[in-house]
Ligand binder design. Structure first.
Ligand code: ZN
Ligand code: ZN
Ligand code: FE
Length: 764
């Protein structure tokens, strides 16, 4: 029979995850000769054999992700080429380093089942070895300096493989074939325990682990060097230590994430349904927000004012070893940093900065090249929704129908910053960077841009940023721009992020529920209905403007939006409630004067601030010590069985629909005085927001005949609101799109900016 030969170019997530051995095995199965090798844009395969077998091979390859879940094929080019004579086997060739570097670098992946089995197998030569890994798991993005993804380009270059490891590394039949971080107790990285001066106090691997566990149980705080950075850990059932940790870390009331050894252990403290279990055990292994079980033995101060716990499972061999020790039920595992500074990943910096916080350091000598925070997932509408996208997900690209003609850099927003590069049809969003007002975060941002730029080999000539003139990110983009600068309105970017995520290029009704975004009229927008595509947007409707007495505390003190709303709607909040929210009468008078005389105030349609006001009127506090503390407390209260809502009005003003909510605020205050249950007030408030968004969408549909609604903005991290609104819209026949793989908060802004820039550049 005639032999045919095909050349197949595969792009996507195909390097460093056992793709070539998989191809090798397939070729053997179908009696094909030829070769496979990595090149900088992916993998090239040539196969030769019978037409039937070649076809079967291609079909299997197309669905490779079913057999190896880390494989993600984005494109496959198949060409017939001339058959060659004298070829008797299939081989894996060496990587080719030249050419344009754009192959996917993969994310850091949690320890796989096979490695876990070996970790606790007394007969395995990696028994209890804290760095066991294979092509299906282990560090990637956090250790890679440049591509292609080969050992010399990672921080594993410091370790020379022993014969045993090398044998596995070179054996195509082995699970560790070309597993770049492969190592064992003889040749690989080691763990050790240090005191707060960095002096080694224990270096026997097993003793290091048992000693760490003992100290934690005894009530000590440990800094543990992990995969993408340091964690600060303490016993999650020890309230005194948790309080100590807050104090030393200068961390306000913001909930701490925890790690427990197994699903069963987590179930002692929180509800884990099937969906949650699946996400907790996924290869990305994120922190998942789970409903608290009451009563529970978790320290009170871990998560006050919310009805969820953030839990994750062990995701490195070292974690598994710690949790295999007796007595450790759950540990606080919070990022190793001070206050809002970037996560620390270097040893010397950790000792320098965390010595005041940690009593002991569990270190290892595998360098972390890039810090990557833990990702955070909430379950909304029974689907995982990312609140923070980092470890396990970055740097996986979003693929677009639109292919950019030039490389693009999107700067993102100043809060919860991520940035994004565009290369052709691939949009690569960075890991979570943080809030730029902190100088060290800004510095970290700059170095992260350089790193990712090199890793992806992008040379951006188009720069895109937020419309906000005072954002550090905008100012950077303006200075750095080469050919072109594009400024994108914040909420348009939010909606575009949904379109990019779903790879949709059409006009939609955009509903935005947000805290702060600079509007085209200089006001602070936040509760918007936009008719938007990737080309343009029109503001269809918004919450009626109210005056916000400015300064940094506008987003912290609920009294500020309350007094602005009182002025706007000319309603009085009962004295006793006002006294409770802001006892300082002089301060209240000053804010009132500010509003009356319009000094240092802004017009705003912020929904975030309306949430602050409602929470305070409801009696849930008066200050956001961390972002969205009050709204989160309000959400935690909401009674799901309540379906009523408060009154609202829609008015047309200059062709824009305005939402008026004065009556709602009066009713909330009255309900409070009338001692209506907080859970009822909260639910009615949430329902009102959902109802007026529905009403806006209906009006927009009537005028435009558009049936697809995209929802985005930080307030949609609120599960109650998100689920209510989705239900209302779907019951009304709308097609509803929302953020899933990307946060609805400002972490998603850079992707929205990027896709708009890609489209704009296309038009020239
Ligand atoms: Zn593995
Ligand atoms: Zn070895
Ligand atoms: Fe926003």
């Amino acid at each position: 029979m005639q032999n045919i030969r095909k050349k197949i170019t595969v792009q996507g997530q195909v390097q460093g995850i056992g793709f070539r051995p998989h191809v090798f095995r397939l070729a053997a199965e179908y009696n094909l000769t030829g070769f496979v090798y990595n090149f900088t844009q992916g993998v090239i395969i040539e196969i030769q054999g019978s037409e039937e077998n070649a076809e079967k091979f291609i079909q299997r390859l197309k669905h490779a992700d079913k057999e190896k879940p880390l494989i993600k094929i984005i494109s496959m080019d198949i060409n017939n080429i001339a058959a060659v004579g004298d070829e008797h086997y299939f081989e894996i060739k060496h990587s080719q380093a030249k050419g344009t570097v754009s192959a996917e670098v993969t994310a850091d992946i949690a320890t796989c089942k096979d490695c876990l089995r070996e970790l606790f197998d007394k007969n395995d030569f990696r028994y209890r070895y804290p760095f066991i890994n294979c092509t299906n798991c282990g560090p990637r993005y956090s250790i890679i300096k440049t591509i292609p993804y080969d050992r010399p380009n990672t921080t594993m270059s410091a370790f020379a493989m022993c014969d045993k490891c090398k044998q596995q590394y070179e054996n195509v039949e082995d699970r560790r074939f070309h597993a770049q971080p492969v190592a064992c107790p003889v040749c690989g990285p080691k763990i050790y325990l240090c005191d707060t001066k960095g002096k080694i106090i224990e270096d026997d691997s097993n003793k290091v682990i048992s000693e760490t566990a003992r100290l934690l149980k005894e009530g000590k705080i440990a800094a543990i060097k992990g995969l993408g950075g340091f964690h600060l850990a303490c016993d999650a059932e020890n309230d005194e230590m948790v309080k100590q940790l807050r104090l030393r870390k200068m961390r306000d009331d913001k909930p701490f994430a925890m790690m427990a050894g197994s699903i069963e252990k987590i179930r002692r403290f929180a509800d884990v349904d099937e969906k949650a279990r699946e996400i907790l055990q996924s290869i990305e292994s994120p922190i998942v927000l789970l409903p608290k079980k009451e009563p529970n033995t978790i320290a009170r101060s871990i998560a006050t004012g919310v009805n969820t716990f953030g839990f994750m499972l062990p995701y490195t061999p070292l974690h598994h070893l710690i949790f295999a020790e007796k007595n450790i039920n759950a540990l606080v595992m919070t990022s190793g940093n001070i206050s809002d500074e970037p996560l620390i990943c270097k040893d010397d910096e950790a000792i320098k900065k965390l010595a005041e916080i940690a009593d002991v350091f569990l270190m290892h000598n595998r360098e972390i090249y890039r810090q990557v925070d833990d990702s955070v997932v909430n379950i909304i509408n029974n689907e995982p929704v990312l609140l923070r996208r980092s470890r396990g997900f970055v740097p996986q690209a979003f693929i677009s129908k639109i292919s950019a003609d030039a490389d693009i850099f999107a700067a993102g927003a100043d809060l919860k910053n991520t940035f994004c590069f565009v290369k052709k049809n691939r949009l690569i969003v960075s890991e979570h960077i943080g809030d730029m007002e902190d100088a060290s975060v800004y510095k970290h941002w700059l170095s992260s841009i350089e790193h990712l730029k090199n890793l992806l080999d992008v040379k951006p000539s188009i720069f895109v940023c937020d419309l906000h003139p005072n954002y550090f990110s905008s100012q950077y983009a303006k200075k750095a721009k080469k050919d072109k600068l594009i400024e994108v309105q914040h909420h348009w970017a939010h909606i575009a992020s949904v379109l990019a995520e779903h790879n949709i290029d059409e006009k939609v009704i955009g509903l935005v529920a947000d805290g702060t975004g600079y509007g085209t009229d200089g006001a602070i927008w936040g509760c918007e209905c936009l008719i938007a595509s990737l080309d343009e947007f029109v503001r269809f409707g918004h919450l009626a403007y109210y005056l916000l007495a400015g300064g940094d505390s506008a987003a912290k003190e609920a009294i500020r939006p309350i007094m602005g709303l009182m002025k706007k709607y000319n309603f009085a909040v009962p004295q006793e409630i006002l006294d409770e929210i802001e006892p300082d009468k002089e301060k209240r008078f000053a804010i009132q004067q500010q509003i009356e005389k319009n000094i240092n105030t802004v017009q705003t349609s912020s929904l975030g601030r309306l949430f602050d006001a409602a929470s305070a009127l409801c009696g849930l506090g008066s200050r956001n010590n961390f972002e969205a503390q009050l709204p989160m407390a309000l959400e935690a209260m909401a009674n799901k069985r309540v379906t009523e809502c408060y009154p609202f009005e829609l008015k047309k003003e200059n062709r824009i629909t305005i939402i008026e909510i004065g009556n709602m605020l009066e009713d909330i205050a009255a309900d409070r005085i009338g001692k209506v249950a907080k859970g009822v007030i909260s639910a009615k408030f949430h329902n009102t927001i959902a109802e007026f968004f529905l009403a806006l969408a209906r009006l927009a549909k009537k005028e435009t005949a558009i049936n697809t609604v995209a929802v985005s903005g930080g307030v949609f991290c609120n599960k109650f609101l998100s689920e209510r609104l989705t239900e209302l819209l779907q019951n009304d026949g709308f097609n509803v799109l929302s953020n899933r793989l990307l946060p609805a908060n400002d972490g998603g802004i850079s992707l929205g900016q990027a896709i708009i820039a890609a489209r704009t550049a296309k038009k020239g």
